[in-house]
Design a binder for this molecule. Structure first.
Ligand code: B3K
Ligand code: ZN
Length: 872
């Protein structure tokens, strides 16, 4: 099939004003009756065509008259109906098979036939698996939904919107009705039915609405929903303050499921969450997972305005809601926790997940120009790079200007399906500036390289910094144009003092933003007494790759003296790259020595936050090192990265590490405050470093930590060290963990994950054993990701074997998985991104495996699009 293109967008010829859905629910079959009031676009004349997939059509009528077989055609995934007029009412009745739905899109069963519950997932195009409908986001309709089901099997019946009656029916059945007063696109429709428990809380919005906040889950985990409920209340308050946005229904339901293709879903009034991002308790969740729950709860809640009230005109505009909502979520998390730690986390995610995407065959713009399968475009580029673009816009307007712009955006587009242009216009108009130059960021793929070069003129006491940009070609985009790149910068002298910046006709500041919008731009700083050290791209002011020929000592200076935690980390990461390079090509400038010295003195100095110190002492990940090379040998990268850390550990010294470990290992009741989380994070880092210089000692400590841990953070950290290092104590701890969490699928996922992380050739045997474990199943996305996602995307030295067995194993499983759940198969297949830059032996092995998979035939649109793009 031909791709769908942005430039082909046309307004919908037919829309729907109101929808009445009657759903008769059962595990094996469900019947859906839909009554649509149609509206015809006066300027278009196409016949009525509705989307529908996998639906068995039982009855159809138009304006009250049953249609005979000549007046409609039902082919492939389209229903074409003759004779419809503006205002016509179309009624269809269809049959679905929830229990047979393994793709987890549309209406499906979570859990077992006996005890599980029914739920829906409609974004992006799942509603067409439920009823015939113009399933596109620019068709906004009012929904009335009536659910009917057996009361004993489905005591709880939920749909989006406000409750509007419920009652008994004959034969032990019951019904419940929901009306959503806000017009919404079909992708935000949801229903849930089954045996669920809840916890609830009353909430009064800033504008005075009483709202019932209700979290739902299966009975055995409802006690683990309290943290999420607290987080929900926090983010609702935050959105009222930060953006003046209030919640707009009488109820807000949130439901947890163990069977979900992604993190969570923002259905209007009825969010549905992967249990991984809703349940939290100290015994089974790590500190990181607590933060993730808070962030995802906020993300889905924030969608109520950025996504639901203002939605997307078409799926090309996906980043309009996703990039913006990720940005809002990042702001919220920064406010709740530490801004610099949050920025470090976000930037390292961008570099791990988005930069490689932008640098390989899957590169696409934040607003793609075409796609075959939209579910393949819920990517790090659309989400994380999209958030960086919003951050740049917000930065250029300042906090008050951005708020004014957002207010105007909501005012103009509430109740509409909008575009990226609408967003830029609203932000710009509210501030009388033209932000349209930023549109090119949305249309151009690839990470720009920002090259910086400094010249010092001692006679004139002038420092000239020349900033130039270049973006490499990406698939289908050979030519690139310069983009507006805001570069926030400061200058330091060689004692680490920040210098006042004198540029033309302005009062000196210590930090300045230069927007580089040409291919190359010089900027002159006056009254500079000696060659300065520039600190560039502060706060990561633009999503670019910075190229500046720092000397190790200059980076060490920034790492030690920059007052901003994020910039210190940046300097440390850059220095770690130099240190890594110096391992195989030792130079005079001992970068490794500089890195170790600077970190060791920060470690000894104790003037720095424990969590920041742990981040500083973590070099870039293996994927980031690979991203800078052309003949990638993942085994070598793993070995060199370990060697880098071993040198750091040796430099700090075994005694000192032991002492610090014990000082941090405070014991006692588990506390979740930031200080204690930071201690645990640093303790883990110290233990990992210790394991590189005193394996026996570290293993003994880890075994003890595993046994005495009062929470999952310490328990998993210890288990990770034992398993990844293949310590003699690992088997016992693994057996214990397995037993202890036999009934806790989220914790058991970690048991699979940690073993899939074993580096090097040992990983494969471990995967082969784990996949025949009775607890393993490809049918559960979390479990499949825990094992194969970790192996293929999170363990480069394990997956990229020279014999190609990793590739063969993965492609075999992808083919199996594709038959069950194409979205998950396609997602796992992105592990092959970057294969063209592997060294030749692995490259050939990867090519062979990929070609064999492509040639199997019968692959889903999801998987074939990814494999096709990866191979191009
Ligand atoms: N909007 C959903 C993602 C839907 C993915 C569809 N394949 C969750 C989120 O971004 O909040
Ligand atoms: Zn989202």
């Amino acid at each position: 099939a031909a791709p769908i293109r942005l430039r082909d967008y046309r307004r919908p010829p037919w829309s729907v004003d109101t929808v009445e859905l009657d759903v008769d629910l059962g595990i094996d079959t469900a019947e859906v009756t839909a009554r649509l009031v149609l509206r015809r676009d006066a300027e278009q004349s196409q016949p009525l065509r509705l989307d529908g997939e996998g639906l068995e059509l039982l009855a159809i009528s138009l304006d009250g008259r049953a249609l005979d077989a000549n007046s409609y055609r039902h082919e492939d995934s389209v229903l074409e109906v003759d004779g419809a007029k503006d205002g016509s009412v179309l009624e269809t009745r269809v049959r679905l098979k929830p229990a047979a739905n393994t793709a987890l899109e549309g209406l499906y069963l979570s859990g077992s036939r006996e005890t599980g519950f029914l739920l829906t997932q409609c974004e992006a195009e799942g509603f067409r698996h439920i009823t015939f409908f113009p399933d596109r986001p620019d068709v906004l309709a009012r929904y009335t939904v009536t659910l009917r089901a057996d009361r004993e099997r489905f005591p709880v019946l939920l749909a989006g919107g406000n409750p509007n009656g419920a009652g008994e029916l004959e034969h032990g059945r019951h019904w419940a009705r929901f009306i959503d007063p806000h017009p919404k696109p079909s992708y935000l429709f949801a229903l849930v039915a089954g045996r669920l428990k809840n916890i609830r809380r009353d909430y009064i919005t800033a504008d005075g609405r009483n709202v019932a906040l209700v979290m739902w889950s299966e009975a055995n985990v409802i006690d683990r929903c309290h943290y999420a409920l607290d987080a929900l209340e926090r983010c609702m308050r935050w959105d009222e303050k930060a953006y003046g946005r209030n919640y707009d229904l009488d109820v807000f339901h949130v439901v947890a499921t163990h069977d979900f293709n992604m993190g969570a879903m923002e259905n209007k009034g009825l969010n549905i969450f992967n249990a991984k991002y809703l349940l939290a308790d100290p015994d089974s969740s790590t500190d990181e997972e607590y933060r993730a729950v808070e962030a995802v709860v906020a993300h889905e809640y924030f969608h109520n305005w950025t996504g639901n009230r203002v939605t997307c005109r078409d799926w090309f505009q996906l980043s309009l809601k996703e990039g913006l909502t990720v940005f809002r979520e990042q702001q919220f998390s920064a406010d709740m926790n530490s801004p610099s730690l949050k920025r470090i986390e976000d930037v390292s995610l961008l570099r791990r997940a988005q930069f490689p995407e932008d640098a390989g065959p899957l590169a696409h713009p934040v607003r793609p120009a075409e796609y075959r399968e939209i579910n393949n475009f819920y990517t790090a580029t659309v989400y994380e790079k999209g958030a960086e673009l919003v951050r740049m816009l917000a930065g250029s307007l300042g906090p008050d200007g951005f708020r004014r712009g957002m207010d105007l955006y909501f005012e103009r587009h509430d109740g509409q399906a909008a575009t990226i242009e609408d967003f830029l216009s609203a932000l710009g108009d509210a501030n009388s500036v033209d932000l349209m130059p930023y549109l090119s960021w949305y249309g151009q793929a690839g990470t720009p390289r920002l090259h910086a070069h400094g010249e010092y003129d001692a006679a004139r006491k002038e420092y000239t910094l020349t900033l130039s940009q270049h973006t490499r070609a990406t698939p289908n985009q050979p030519e690139k144009t310069p983009l507006p790149i805001p570069v926030k910068l400061s200058l330091f002298d060689h004692s680490g003092n920040v210098l006042p910046l004198h540029t033309d006709g302005q009062t000196p500041e210590t930090e300045k933003v230069v927007v580089v919008s040409k291919a190359s731009q010089p900027i002159v700083f006056r009254h500079i007494d000696a060659p300065p050290v520039p600190s560039l791209l502060r706060g990561f002011s633009a999503p670019v790759l910075l190229e500046y020929g720092y000397a190790p000592a200059e980076l060490a200076l920034l790492l030690t003296h920059d007052p901003d935690g994020f910039n210190r980390w940046e300097a440390g990461q850059h220095l770690a790259f130099l240190a890594f390079d110096s391992l195989h090509a030792p130079t005079d400038n001992d970068a490794c020595g500089a890195w170790c010295d600077a970190l060791a003195s920060l470690f000894h100095g104790r003037a720095i936050d424990d969590a920041l110190l742990a981040d500083l002492m973590t070099p870039p990940g293996e994927i980031e090192f690979a991203d800078r090379q052309t003949e990638v040998d993942p085994a070598k990268i793993h070995a060199h990265r370990q060697e880098l850390q071993r040198r750091l550990a040796a430099h700090i010294g075994i005694e000192t590490l032991h002492a610090r470990y014990h000082a941090l290992n405070v014991g006692g009741d588990l506390k979740l405050d930031a200080g204690n989380q930071a201690k645990r994070q640093l303790k883990r880092r110290v233990l990992e470093l210790l394991a590189l210089v005193d394996a026996d000692g570290a293993h003994a400590l880890a075994a003890k930590q595993y046994e005495s841990a009062t929470g999952m953070t310490d328990r998993l950290a210890a288990l990770g060290v034992l398993v990844r290092q293949r310590a003699p104590q690992a088997a016992k701890a693994l057996a214990h963990f397995r037993e202890r969490y036999a009934d806790n699928p989220l914790a058991l996922d970690k048991w699979f994950t940690v073993q899939a992380q074993v580096p090097g050739d040992a990983a494969l045997a471990s995967i082969r054993t784990l996949e025949i474990d009775p607890a393993f199943t490809l049918k559960n996305p979390n479990r499949a990701r825990a094992l194969f996602g970790t192996f293929a995307s999170g363990n480069p030295s394990g997956f990229h074997r020279t014999d190609g067995e990793g590739y063969r194993l993965l492609t075999d499983r992808l083919a199996q998985l594709d038959a069950l759940n194409p979205q998950i198969a396609a997602r796992l297949a992105t592990a092959f991104n970057g294969w063209q830059r592997l060294e030749s032996v692995r490259r050939e092995a990867a090519r062979t495996a990929l070609v064999a998979l492509a040639q199997r035939g019968g692959l889903s649109r999801n998987l074939s699009e990814i494999i096709g793009n990866v191979l191009q």
